[in-house]
Write a protein that binds this ligand. Structure first.
Ligand code: AMP
Length: 285
């Protein structure tokens, strides 16, 4: 257990990284919005295993939230997050306030065309523009050798990979497996919004995806059939309202009617005002 150095300004985190570089250390970055759980912890451990100096960023990025989303109620618990980061071996925490990331007069945004308006982007039109922008800013601030993302946000990880490739950003993007509760629910900072009843019903996400994976293992290759079966299960679940269920090519995020190659089955489901996402990825080559 180390106590990470908490940086609130760009100058402070740059100085900490510079010092680590001078000692010949490689730099790992784990971008988060805080309210850290075991999913985030697994990314910090992956960063620890691959790089010498691990920076966790904690920033609830306002530009990725739409006007009617949960920016204001998103959980904030910096002291706890710093302790957890330290326990998992982070060396520094970068936790800027909004005006550090978006000072007066801020004007530049990053867009990944063809990938930002599908899946989650349909109901969250500005979300991925905000994500790509803040992640590129964090890459420029920290200049890591490698950055660690969760498969849980499958579209986000793919979009960041695309941005890094298109803009020649010298960062290795590492995508780590989704961490789940023992009963299968993917860990999410938003799970704490769920009532006991919703928490129970939310199992339909992981269970319907697990069933789809089984059906594929047994030879199912029709995207529509898989999608409809998942939709039926979710529609039969009290309180569950489908945002989307999609079967897509993992590289392009385009819908697949016949499954082949790298496949992602992704879904978003609302329980009341809480929106949960999950996905499975299957390599058929
Ligand atoms: P967030 O704080 O929700 O923005 O997530 C920060 C990072 O943690 C992202 O790369 C997420 O994909 C990752 N993450 C969130 N939940 C999980 C999970 N259950 N398993 C693995 N990674 C996760």
């Amino acid at each position: 257990m180390t106590t990470p150095f908490v940086c609130r300004t760009i100058e402070e985190i740059r100085a900490a990284v510079r010092q680590a570089r001078q000692q010949g250390k490689s730099i790992g970055l784990v971008p988060t919005m805080g309210a850290l759980h075991e999913g985030h912890a697994s990314l910090i451990r992956a960063a620890r295993a691959r790089t010498d100096f691990v920076v966790v960023t904690i920033f609830v990025n306002p530009t990725q939230f739409g006007p009617n989303e949960d920016l204001d109620r998103y959980p904030r618990q910096l002291t706890k997050d710093v302790a957890l980061s330290g326990k998992e071996g982070a060396d520094a925490v970068f936790a800027p306030v909004n005006s550090v990331m978006y000072p007066e007069g801020y004007r530049t945004y990053v867009e990944v065309h063809g990938m930002q308006a599908v899946l989650c982007g349909k109901s969250r039109p500005i979300h991925f523009r905000g994500v790509a922008t803040v992640v590129l800013k964090l890459f420029n601030i920290v200049q890591p050798d490698a950055a660690f993302f969760g498969q849980k946000d499958g579209q986000q990880a793919r979009l960041i990979q695309q941005m890094v490739r298109d803009l020649d950003v010298p960062v290795a993007v590492v995508v780590c497996p989704t961490v789940r509760e023992p009963d299968g629910l993917a860990l999410s900072s938003r799970n704490q919004y769920l009532s006991a009843e919703e928490r129970k019903n939310a199992l339909v996400l992981s269970q319907s995806l697990a069933e789809a994976r089984e059906r594929i293992a047994h030879g199912e290759r029709e995207g529509d059939a898989l999608r409809e079966r998942i939709r039926d299960r979710i529609n039969a679940t009290p309180g569950a309202e489908i945002d989307y269920v999609e079967v897509v090519n993992l590289d392009t995020l385009e819908p697949l009617s016949r499954l082949s190659g790298k496949v992602m089955i992704a879904l978003a489901v609302r329980f009341g005002s809480t929106r949960l996402i999950d996905n499975v990825q299957i390599d058929l080559v």
